[in-house]
Design a protein around this ligand. Structure first.
Ligand code: SAM
Length: 226
């Protein structure tokens, strides 16, 4: 089994943010996050590097923050719940749709064997790529493109996480998910959605409603138009 935390370079985390990051982890525990691997990944990932300098002082608040190009980095508690729902054990191949800042991508790199992540906005992807290189995470592959098509080349995936909201499940996700694989996706309209956890059984998806959420729209061929 791959070593989960050994994939990042020690010392890349600026020490002055250790306290705020530790307090965020405690806050997430108080909110009911129990998965120790998820809490450890959050404790070891420098969220302040993934947000613009102007909001860096707020990096360890439990809030969504702007990352440019009209997009946001989600609340840490949303990331924690998302990751906890996937029950990753360190052996999985995961597809993430909507790299954004790359923060969740790095959290996933602690928890899974291989992470494939797609972003449609080039400047966001390039900024995420630079931070991922700086941190030394080696089990992440990035793609600039339309994530509603999935990433057929490396399918099937044990889990697919969609970090933007769609009106319905793009067919590519059903096709590219492994048997028993998990799909997390917010479905609804452009303003409000429900987060669903789906499990692939044969050629269909069993779905469970998790919670009401608000995500930016998934924009692409099999979702909302620009
Ligand atoms: N999880 C990210 C993070 O940690 O920063 C936040 C993701 S943000 C809420 C959603 C992202 O999905 C945005 O960066 C947006 O550009 C991207 N997105 C929207 N539609 C997409 C598509 N069809 N393919 C790939 N990325 C898409």
């Amino acid at each position: 089994m791959p070593e989960r935390s050994g994939k990042l370079v020690a010392g890349a985390v600026e020490p002055e943010f250790r306290g705020p990051r530790r307090r965020l982890v405690e806050q997430l525990q108080e909110q009911g996050i129990r998965d120790l691997a998820v809490l450890k990944a959050i404790d070891e990932t420098p969220r302040h590097l993934f947000v613009p300098k102007a909001v860096r002082h707020r990096a360890y608040e439990d809030s969504a923050l702007p990352i440019g190009n009209g997009q946001t980095i989600s609340q840490p508690s949303i990331h924690a719940r998302y990751l906890e729902l996937l029950h990753l054990t360190g052996t999985e191949k995961v597809l993430e749709v909507g790299t954004g800042s790359g923060y969740q991508t790095v959290l996933l790199s602690h928890l899974a064997a291989q992470v494939f992540s797609i972003e449609r906005v080039a400047p966001l992807l390039e900024s995420a790529r630079a931070i991922i290189q700086q941190l030394g995470a080696r089990n992440i592959s990035l793609l600039l493109g339309d994530g509603t098509l999935g990433w057929r080349q490396y399918a099937p995936y044990d889990a697919i996480l969609v970090s933007a909201a769609a009106p319905d499940v793009p067919q590519a996700y059903v096709e590219q998910l492994a048997e028993g694989g998990r799909l997390l996706i917010p479905l609804g309209d452009r303003e409000e959605q429900i987060l669903y956890l789906m499990v692939k059984r044969g050629d269909r998806l069993e779905r469970r409603e998790i919670a009401p959420v608000r995500f930016v729209p998934l924009v692409g061929k099999h979702s909302w138009e620009e």
